[in-house]
Every structure is written in structure tokens, then in C-alpha cells.
Design a protein around this ligand. Structure first.
Ligand SMILES: Cc1cc2nc3c(=O)[nH]c(=O)nc-3n(C[C@H](O)[C@H](O)[C@H](O)COP(=O)(O)OP(=O)(O)OC[C@H]3O[C@@H](n4cnc5c(N)ncnc54)[C@H](O)[C@@H]3O)c2cc1C
Length: 364
């Protein structure tokens, strides 16, 4: 019988992160499918409100808390996750692939003699899980209703191949990609987690503070409903034979401000800085979408001034509804890679859109 542990952690406001809630719902679903026990472990400076938000799960709640866990730090986070895994006698450990857990859990699984898989997009015992036929699993490989085998899915080769994996080694640690699961949500209730005491190693790292760009300059917003992608066309010569980089920057930032969209980019555009060509100053390689960039998850995407070549579009794997604005009627988007393509000048379209959005915000 499996013993399932979901590891969670809080954000700066002492609330559990959204990705933690996603891991909780995945753990609930798996525990129900396997009729297995579910434990939720909390790593926090103060676990009180996190535990209350999990009261409705009915799961056993464990916590490692205190000042040492106010900040992410390898030594303290690894010790916390190890202690929680041992206290739960976990055979399957689900955790959000946050930067905090992604960097410690491989080490934790090694300490426990377990194995870890990353970038997991679903976890199921096959009988209650999705129909695997679309994944090419033959009848004979499928498990019967009484089979408690746990199957996980993840993507390989830059999101081109989806695979189903299973392992017999335990404990099995699984880092879940954020945005792939529904987030657990319920009214807070009374909950008193069992506090797990741990002997912390003498800290060699002291967190003295954080340096981050101001919130206004954050253009990558994983939870945004819309991904807005800027391509190299924004900095190319336009009909008048001139480049209009400053105008492009104003239009893009205006659109982002009005919509709260997340900003992606093609490789060509972010590479231009190092090539000495006109650049949009708010773009970095972190914005790059594609084979050698990110594969974000947003319900909708709007590509502008981008050619829609395969190494870029492969990064759109998880964008459900795709639209593009390009001057080129023969671009990659028109060849089946977007749902709707506007053959138009993106400068004009986005200027008009920004005006409509501004008018709507004034009347609304
Ligand atoms: C190994 C490898 C990995 C790669 N990985 C990535 C990756 O991760 N991500 C990525 O993006 N690329 C990647 N590439 C590069 C990719 O193949 C393309 O070169 C790149 O995506 C092109 O960027 P672009 O479409 O913005 O620029 P361009 O190809 O220059 O296209 C610009 C487009 O803008 C249009 N345009 C110009 N002005 C306007 C206007 N006013 N209105 C509307 N449209 C306009 C033009 O018609 C043109 O279609 C990779 C390539 C290789 C070989």
C-alpha cells in the first residue's frame, strides 16, 4: 500500500503557493484512486494559516516551521523535506516544481535512497486516470482495475514526445510542473499540524536580503490568461524604410499594462542585443519561447511580428488558443500553427487595440 506525501511551502505572505495547492489536488486524486493514505507536509516560517487552508482535505498535516524556513536555503529546506518524508513514511512524494523545491528534492531523494522524476504533468493509477490510448499504450500494457501501479506523464525532447512512466523504486519523488493541475481550494478551517522537530545543521548561508527588479518591470507572468509574443519584426525596417523601436516598445508595454498579459519573445529578437542591433530594453533571454527557450502554459497566445518557425512554435505546445499578426501571408502561423492569423501591420493593430482597451477601461 502506497503512503502519499504532498510537500508544500508558503510564499512571503505565509499562504501556500498556488503550485503547492496544485500538488495537493494531485495528491488527493491519487490517494483516492489508490485508496492510500494522504499526508501533507508544510515548510513555512509559520504554518498556521497554511494548515487552516488545508483543513478541508482531511489529510494528516505535518509541519516543519520556524525562522530558519522564512527564506529558501538548500541546507534548511532539504532537512525539512527529509524530515517530513521520514515522518510520513512516504513511498510517493509529490511536490511543486518551484525553484525552492526543485533545487533540494534530488538531494532529499538521494538521502532517502529513493528516485526522483521531474517535469511531471500528471500522476494517476491508470484505472482512474486518463484514457491512455492517445499516448500509444497498447491494450496489453494497460493495467487492470485492481492494479495499483502509479503512472506519471512527462514531455521529452523539448515537449515533442509525451511519455508515461512507472517505477518500482520507493520512495519515488515527483516534481509537478506548475500549471498542469487544478489548484485545491476550500474554505479555511481549524487545523493543527503535527510539528516535526529537526536538528538543523549549523547554517553556512545567511540570507541578508533580496534584490529583484521592481514589480513594474516584471513581464513574465505565468498565471496570466494571455501570452503576448514579440518577434523580431518589431525592430525591423517598416514601410517607410525606418526602424521604430521606441514606438514598438511603447505599444508592447501599453498592451501589457492594459491586459496583464505575460511577455514572450522569439529567439531572434532577444539575440539582437548581443548582435548590436536595435533592442527592446525590457526583453531578456528569460522571455524567449521555444525549443531553446520556455514552454509556458497560458489559455491564449497572441504572436506579433514573428514568423512562426518550428523552433519557436514548439514552445507553444501548451497554449490552447493561438492567434498571430504577421505581414507575411506565407509565414509558419498560416501553415496550420495558429487558429487565426491576421495578415496585417502589428504596429497598426496593437495601436488600435490599445486605444480600444483604454477606452474600455475609462467607460468600465
Ligand atoms: C537549434 C535552434 C534552436 C532555436 N530555438 C529557438 C527558440 O527557442 N525560440 C525561437 O523563437 N527561435 C528559435 N530558433 C530560431 C528560429 O528558427 C527563428 O529563427 C526565430 O524564431 C525567428 O524569429 P522571428 O520570427 O521573430 O524573426 P523573423 O524570422 O525575422 O520574422 C520576423 C517576422 O516579422 C514580420 N513583420 C515585420 N514587420 C511586421 C509588422 N509591422 N507587422 C507584422 N509582422 C511584421 C515579418 O514578416 C516576419 O515574418 C532556433 C533555431 C535553431 C537552429
Amino acid at each position: 500500500m502506497e503512503s502519499i506525501l504532498v510537500l508544500t511551502h508558503t510564499d512571503d505572505a505565509h499562504a501556500l503557493t498556488k503550485a503547492s495547492f496544485e500538488a495537493v489536488s494531485s495528491g488527493q486524486s491519487l490517494a483516492a484512486q489508490l485508496s492510500a493514505s494522504l499526508t501533507i507536509g508544510i515548510v513555512a516560517q509559520d504554518a498556521t494559516s497554511a494548515a487552516q487552508s488545508l483543513a478541508a482535505t482531511g489529510a494528516r498535516l505535518l509541519a516543519v516551521s520556524g525562522e530558519a524556513f522564512a527564506q529558501p536555503r538548500y541546507a534548511t529546506d532539504a532537512a525539512a523535506c527529509e524530515a517530513l518524508s521520514r515522518a510520513a513514511a512516504a513511498t510517493i512524494v509529490l511536490a511543486p516544481a518551484s525553484s525552492r523545491f526543485a533545487r533540494v528534492l534530488a538531494g532529499v531523494s538521494h538521502r532517502l535512497g529513493g528516485l526522483i522524476d521531474t517535469h511531471i504533468t500528471s500522476v494517476n493509477s491508470m484505472p482512474g486516470g486518463p484514457d491512455p490510448s492517445h499516448l500509444g499504450i497498447s491494450e496489453s500494457n494497460q493495467t487492470g482495475p485492481e492494479d495499483p501501479t502509479v503512472h506519471v506523464t512527462r514531455w521529452f525532447y523539448r515537449q515533442r514526445i509525451e511519455a508515461v512512466l512507472t517505477r518500482t523504486a520507493r520512495p519515488w519523488f515527483l516534481l509537478l510542473d506548475p500549471g498542469t493541475q487544478p489548484a485545491f481550494a476550500a474554505e479555511p478551517g481549524n487545523a493543527h499540524p503535527e510539528e516535526i522537530a529537526i536538528d538543523l545543521p549549523a547554517p553556512r548561508t545567511t540570507v541578508t536580503g533580496l534584490r529583484a527588479p521592481s514589480q513594474a518591470t516584471h513581464t513574465i507572468r505565468p498565471d496570466a490568461k494571455l501570452l503576448f509574443v514579440a518577434g523580431a519584426g518589431w525592430t525591423k525596417k517598416q514601410f517607410d524604410g525606418q526602424v521604430h523601436t521606441a514606438e514598438a516598445a511603447d505599444l508592447i508595454l501599453g498592451f501589457l499594462h492594459a491586459t496583464g498579459a505575460s511577455l514572450g519573445s522569439s529567439k531572434s529578437l532577444v539575440d539582437q542585443g548581443s548582435d548590436g542591433q536595435p533592442v527592446l530594453p525590457f526583453l531578456t533571454h528569460l522571455n524567449q519561447v521555444g525549443q531553446t527557450g520556455a514552454t509556458p502554459r497560458h489559455p491564449k497566445g497572441l504572436s506579433t511580428c514573428c514568423h512562426g518557425e518550428e523552433p519557436h512554435v514548439v514552445g507553444w505546445r501548451f497554449i490552447a488558443s493561438r492567434r498571430a499578426i504577421s505581414l507575411d501571408p506565407n509565414c509558419g502561423w498560416t501553415r496550420g500553427k495558429a487558429d487565426v492569423v491576421y495578415i496585417a501591420d502589428a504596429f497598426q493593430v496593437i495601436a488600435e487595440l490599445n486605444a480600444l482597451l483604454q477606452a474600455a477601461s475609462q467607460t468600465g
